[in-house]
Design a protein around this ligand. Structure first.
Ligand code: SF4
Ligand code: SF4
Length: 350
């Protein structure tokens, strides 16, 4: 009886979220030059989420329609990854993940199509092998594209509309000019969506000059190019979305959907965004200053239910800081924000 009452109370208090992001591994077969995984390699904790921990998440799948299996690593390296997708699909969820594309063998693609995975995000940092492979070390653009062409063939053979291919293009000063090649590439592999994002977490000071939002001389060029691409993509029925390209210091809106989504890291910690994931404990660069990067967990699903964690006063207070309906003045909000959010490029719109 007590258990039944507890379950009913949980149901009443449970949130409705746009998505839940679950980090299934921190291992990676890539060595992208800008990624904390590469830069912090010596101290990096390589961990797979055990399937037993994933089972503990099952009651919380009801909170959302979309589960995104992604964190700081390559999801396909977790040996239980297909089982994780299967569990989510069996519960009627839409499921997606982002990959560097190198492990998409025919066998893997057939499994993903068979499981009716909904979204496969492909990370790019150039549209020619020379540029992409230089930045996303350990990956090869020609190989990735050939895997995606195979995905198209297998989807056609199985008469399947999914997984839908999305491109995630990291814009840098040294690869921005290649963004113009993204539409032909998208059409070639039937990608439906492109998101052009920024280097919003800078761990290596040498990379500050690569962030396009630091290149204020060319902001107009970046913006007009991105707007033109948005128009051209629209005419091809491809969604093109971009972040930035300049900083808005007055912004109080976080680029991450902290009000209606959360991240569960590889060890079960519930955090508001990928940048507050405790696996990142190190330093980062914000406006030429090196600052500590600390995790901000509101609880661990090994010890407490996600409902309880979501409804904690401190988590509710944190979300309230980003709520556009909040009645407080901007200076007051900023004074109450954790330092990691005050000094975060994602809060400044990139
Ligand atoms: S593939 Fe992803 S996780 Fe791996 S090094 Fe590159 S950016 Fe980092
Ligand atoms: S402002 Fe930055 S650190 Fe704070 S929740 Fe948003 S992305 Fe995370």
């Amino acid at each position: 009886m007590f258990e039944w009452v507890k379950r009913q109370l949980e149901k009443i208090a449970s949130p409705t979220l746009d998505w839940v992001q679950i980090e299934v591994t921190t291992y990676c077969n890539g060595a992208c030059i800008y990624c904390p995984h590469t830069i912090m390699m010596k101290s990096w904790a390589n961990i797979h989420m055990p399937i037993e921990l994933f089972y503990e998440l099952i009651p919380f799948l009801t909170y959302t329609d979309l589960i995104y299996l992604q964190g700081w690593g390559e999801p396909l390296l977790n040996k239980d990854f297909f089982e994780m997708i299967r569990i989510c699909k069996d519960h009627g969820k839409h499921v997606g993940f982002t990959t560097n594309g190198m492990l998409l063998t025919e066998n893997v693609i057939r499994k993903l199509v068979g499981l009716q995975l909904d979204i496969i995000g492909i990370s790019l940092a150039g549209t020619t092998p020379g540029t992409h492979n230089r930045i996303r070390k350990g990956t090869d653009l020609n190989e990735v594209i050939s895997h995606l062409e195979q995905l198209c063939k297998i989807k056609a053979e199985k008469n399947s509309q999914v997984p839908s291919v999305h491109f995630a293009y990291l814009m840098l000063k040294s690869n921005f000019h290649e963004l113009k090649g993204i539409l032909p590439l998208a059409k070639r592999v039937e990608a439906k969506q492109i998101v052009a994002s920024n280097l919003s977490l800078i761990v290596d000071p040498k990379l500050s000059a690569e962030a396009i939002f630091n290149d204020t001389v060319h902001t107009h060029y970046y913006r007009t190019t991105l707007d033109e691409l948005t128009d051209r993509a629209g005419r091809e029925n491809i969604v093109f979305d971009y972040h930035g390209p300049s900083l808005d210091d007055a912004s109080l809106v976080c680029r991450e959907n902290v009000l209606r989504a959360c991240v569960i890291n590889v060890e079960g910690e519930v955090v508001p965004c990928v940048l507050t994931n405790p696996v990142l404990s190190s330093h980062y660069i914000f406006k030429d200053r090196s600052l500590p990067l600390r995790g901000m967990s509101f609880g661990n699903i090994r010890n407490e239910s996600l409902t309880r964690i979501w409804n904690k006063n401190e988590y509710a207070r944190f979300r309230d800081l980003f709520d556009p309906e909040t009645a407080r003045r901007p200076e007051q909000i900023r004074s109450e924000m954790p330092q990691c959010c005050v000094k975060c490029y994602k809060r400044l719109g990139v």
